[in-house]
Design a binder for this molecule. Structure first.
Ligand code: ATP
Ligand code: MG
Length: 429
């Protein structure tokens, strides 16, 4: 017998029972982004490998070991996107929509691919909603991004479960000076560092700061601090951001070890973390990347953005039981018809009702069946009401209207009056 077909490890199906939560989440976020004046952009899922090497940096975990890279039939090296910023920058440059200082406030949604070890909250195909703003360099827009996510957590009912961590990596000049001091200090303690950190010390020294190794962490206690190396510009930017968060009343903790996995960040970096999901606690992360567009061949263009992990946020909604009950009900009314003549009349009636109530979720029974079996299906559908068309109803040109969730007795409604009646008893989404 042939081996049964399976999905690739770490790449998940999202089954019909789960999609309502996803759509609720995605709908809530996209409405919020619309309301703050952000516009959606859609990029391809596959790009030239070179794009990610140039933007993310050769010596990051993503580029070193997590990318899905392959050769296509032309011999080009292509990569399934591991994140969205690179492709978004490529797209705005290619179409010239950030030229001349044009402000762009963009967002995107879709699958990302990283060859990581699959576990709860960490997958190989996962989904992000991301956002990028170009040509605004002040702390006001950094603050807006954070304020917007704060509102989102509020709307979703998960505000108490997440915490904002904040840091500044400074301008590239001040980061350069800090890197030198850090390398000097860590080199003096080289033997006490774990192997990974010894390697990072050469390739990407700031990444040593987010080591999980206890011995290395002990060495870091007395290491130089970024905060002492910020120049006036970086300091003023960071203070400006904090003042705005204070004005809106958003609590945060300063985390000097927050450096983010990607090379391109500068000044503001932040993460929203939760302790409700175990080790995979970061649900949204981002920061400023003022040098990236130039690094990718464009004119100097300030940028700032973030990405949130949809799987982790859906898990958090489920864990905290913050899923509104009404989102899982997908049928308002279920029409049962008995006999061929009733079935034809039922079809026509259903279409007339749909003409008048385009948002009504009306399901017509398919596959015929006895009275009992159609009722069972009506009940299982989750519908609030069943509509019944049998011989008696046909004769009188009425439809039986039966509450399925215990709201009163069955009544007869004239066909012509059905839509008006449904409008009064079904709240339409
Ligand atoms: P982590 O530290 O958890 O590996 P990261 O710093 O690599 O995250 P980013 O590249 O900043 O993550 O992506 C933004 C968000 O996307 C993360 O905060 C997380 O919510 C989500 N995310 C990242 N990688 C995965 C993954 N493999 N599976 C599920 N969600 C992910
Ligand atoms: Mg990662």
């Amino acid at each position: 017998m042939s081996k049964s077909l399976q999905a690739i490890r770490g790449m998940n199906d999202i089954l019909p029972e789960q999609t309502p939560v996803w759509r609720y989440f995605e709908g809530t976020v996209s409405r919020l982004l619309d309301n703050y004046g952000y516009k959606q952009i859609r990029m391809p899922i596959v790009e030239f490998t070179e794009l990610f090497k140039r933007s993310i940096g050769e010596v990051t975990d993503i580029v070193e070991k997590e990318m899905y890279t392959f050769e296509d039939r032309n011999g080009d090296s292509l990569t399934l996107r591991p994140e969205g910023t690179a492709a978004c920058v490529r797209a705005v440059l290619e179409h010239g929509i950030t030229g001349g200082g044009q402000v762009q406030k963009l967002w995107y949604i879709g699958p990302m691919f990283r060859h990581e070890r699959p576990q709860k909250g960490r997958y190989r195909q996962f989904h992000q909603i991301g956002l990028e703003v170009f040509n605004l360099d002040g702390p006001d827009i950094d603050a807006e991004l954070i304020i917007m996510t704060w509102r989102l957590w509020g709307e979703l009912g998960i505000r108490d479960a997440v915490k904002l961590e904040l840091n500044s990596l400074g301008t590239s000049e001040s980061r350069g000076r800090y890197r030198e001091a850090l390398v000097e200090y860590l080199s003096a303690h080289h033997d006490k560092l774990d192997e990974d950190s010894q390697r990072r010390l050469k390739t990407n020294p700031l990444r040593v700061l987010d080591t999980k190794n206890a011995d290395t962490q002990a060495v870091l206690v007395d290491a130089p601090k970024m905060a002492d190396y910020l120049d006036d510009e970086s300091r003023a930017h960071f203070e400006g951001l904090k003042a705005r968060l204070d004005a809106v009343g958003i609590p945060y903790v300063l985390n000097p070890k927050l450096v983010r996995g990607l090379d391109y960040y500068s000044k503001t970096v932040f993460e929203w973390v939760t302790d409700k999901l175990g080790a995979q606690g970061t649900v949204c992360a981002g920061g400023r990347y003022d040098g990236l567009v130039e690094q990718m061949g464009g004119k100097p263009t300030p940028g700032v953005g973030f990405a949130m992990g949809i799987e982790r946020l859906v898990l958090l909604l489920e864990t905290l039981e913050q899923i509104p009950e009404e989102i899982s009900r997908q049928v308002d009314v279920y029409l049962c018809a008995f006999g061929e003549e009733a079935e034809l009349a039922g079809l026509a009636l259903a279409e007339r009702v749909r003409d008048q109530l385009p948002n009504l979720r009306l399901q017509v029974n398919a596959g015929a069946g006895s009275f009992k079996s159609q009722f069972k299906k009506a009940d299982k559908s989750g519908a609030l009401y069943a509509l019944i068309l049998g011989d008696d109803e046909m004769a009188q040109q009425v439809v039986g209207f039966k509450p399925l969730r215990g709201q009163g007795e069955q009544q007869s409604i004239a066909w012509d009056a059905l839509a008006a009646h449904l409008a009064t008893c079904v709240v339409q989404g």
